[in-house]
Design a protein around this ligand. Structure first.
Ligand code: ZN
Ligand code: ZN
Length: 406
């Protein structure tokens, strides 16, 4: 079915300028943009009466399998049960305007295929499979008293443990074999892991370089979880292209980001949500105490990176019942960035990171017909994006998938 939008205010995210025009979708793509477009037979026409239209949003750091903030419990849950949660979580993301997401560990080819085949409604999915972690690292969910790993392939955990250059190469190749769009590596301690410290670095340089080497051989790239400048800078030196969180970066990090043309994916909203609601959604007391170490620094890190010319991408990283705050990241970032800059991070810059420039994150003929129709102008009031109640309609691949009315 094809769709024609009349009297739309189309946002060119690169320039930040609106164009008043019609937009026609056909065969899942944007077919044409212009004034007074002819309506072919059988086309459905929507008169937007001047409503703003943005490219479908991209969230580059989600966990669609994070049914709870108690990540350690995922591995002992039934994969079919977790998949049912994923369908619910992905459906919610679509209604919040996110037509593409990059999963930062947990999702696999099964969810990706199910979305592509229309078995579940949700954003287009880029996945990495399991994140690679060293023993005792951020992807090792064992408490101190547990000795054995139970990371058989059917459990729904987020990480896999591999130590040593040969083992990390084999793990990287295995995730690539299963279709990973990118690899994820845990390069520092984290909040939700039971036995590490935020300020630890994880993996040797040789191991990090081996993982990057395997990704590049397959024309893929590596994303790394990292908080401190020490962890971030060594990850960038090893050739990692996407730094996740980055809350404690320094000026040397900014220099390395630009030198290596790497991307920063802050995830500020998750710390805000974990601080307020983490325990009631399953976050352990020891993890809750770690939140403060990264919460305060995150906004300053974003400001420093953005001013230094680092390519910044939208991420949320929410877990369990906190997914409903996905759009709140727009409001938090707007404290230190202009709304158009935050919008670029969730559209055109995110598309660059995903190697899908021109395909998603842009309103142009030939791009995927992924669109968000808003009830007001987010350039003057970010609340029109930060509050999902202000999202009137979502169009994905030319289909009206969410219609709350203008
Ligand atoms: Zn992380
Ligand atoms: Zn994450």
């Amino acid at each position: 079915m094809s769709l024609l939008l009349r009297n739309a205010m189309l946002l060119d995210v690169a320039t930040g300028v609106y164009q008043e025009a019609d937009l026609r979708c056909a065969d899942g793509r944007i077919a044409e943009i212009g004034t007074g477009l002819a309506a072919p037979d059988s086309v459905r026409v929507l008169d937007l009466a001047g409503a703003p239209v943005l490219p479908g949003l991209i969230d580059a750091h989600v966990h669609v399998t994070a049914a709870t903030a108690d990540l350690g419990s995922l591995a002992s849950s039934s994969p079919s049960y977790i998949a049912a949660h994923s369908a619910r979580i992905m459906s919610g993301m679509l209604d919040r305007g996110f037509t593409t997401v990059r999963d930062a560990s947990g999702a696999d080819y099964g969810l990706c295929d199910a979305q592509e085949e229309g078995l579940l409604r949700g954003p287009r999915l880029h996945f990495c499979g399991r994140a690679l972690s060293q023993t005792g690292g951020h992807g090792d969910s064992r408490g101190r008293g547990t000795r054995v790993h139970d990371d058989h392939p059917c459990c729904a955990g987020l990480g896999r443990v591999a130590d040593g250059v040969d083992a990390v190469r084999a793990a990287a190749r295995d995730e690539l074999r299963k279709g990973a769009h990118h690899l994820k590596v845990m390069a520092s301690g984290g909040v939700a892991s039971p036995t590490d410290r935020i300020d630890s670095t994880q993996y040797s340089m040789d191991e990090l370089r081996a993982i990057v080497d395997e990704a590049e051989a397959a024309n893929r790239y590596v994303a790394a979880h990292a908080y401190t400048a020490r962890a971030i800078n060594r990850a960038l030196e090893a050739g990692i292209r996407s730094i996740e969180h980055g809350n404690l970066l320094d000026d040397e990090s900014v220099r390395l980001f630009t030198e290596h043309e790497a991307f920063l994916v802050p995830t500020l909203v998750t710390y805000w949500a974990l601080k307020h609601e983490g325990p009631e959604h399953g976050l352990s007391a020891s993890s809750h105490q770690k939140v403060d170490q990264v919460l305060g620094a995150g906004l300053a890190a974003l400001e420093r990176a953005a001013r230094g010319g680092v390519r910044v991408v939208y991420g949320s990283d929410l877990l369990g019942g906190m997914h409903r705050y996905q759009n709140e990241e727009f409001r938090i970032r707007a404290e230190v960035q202009k709304p158009i800059e935050v919008i670029r991070s969730a559209t055109v810059t995110a598309a660059q990171l995903l190697h899908r420039e021109g395909e998603i994150g842009v309103l142009a003929a030939g791009a995927q017909a992924d669109l968000v129709i808003l009830r007001g102008d987010p350039l003057t009031d970010i609340d029109f994006l930060a509050d999902p109640a202000n999202i009137a309609c979502v169009i994905q691949g030319g289909d009206l998938v969410t219609d709350k009315g203008l």
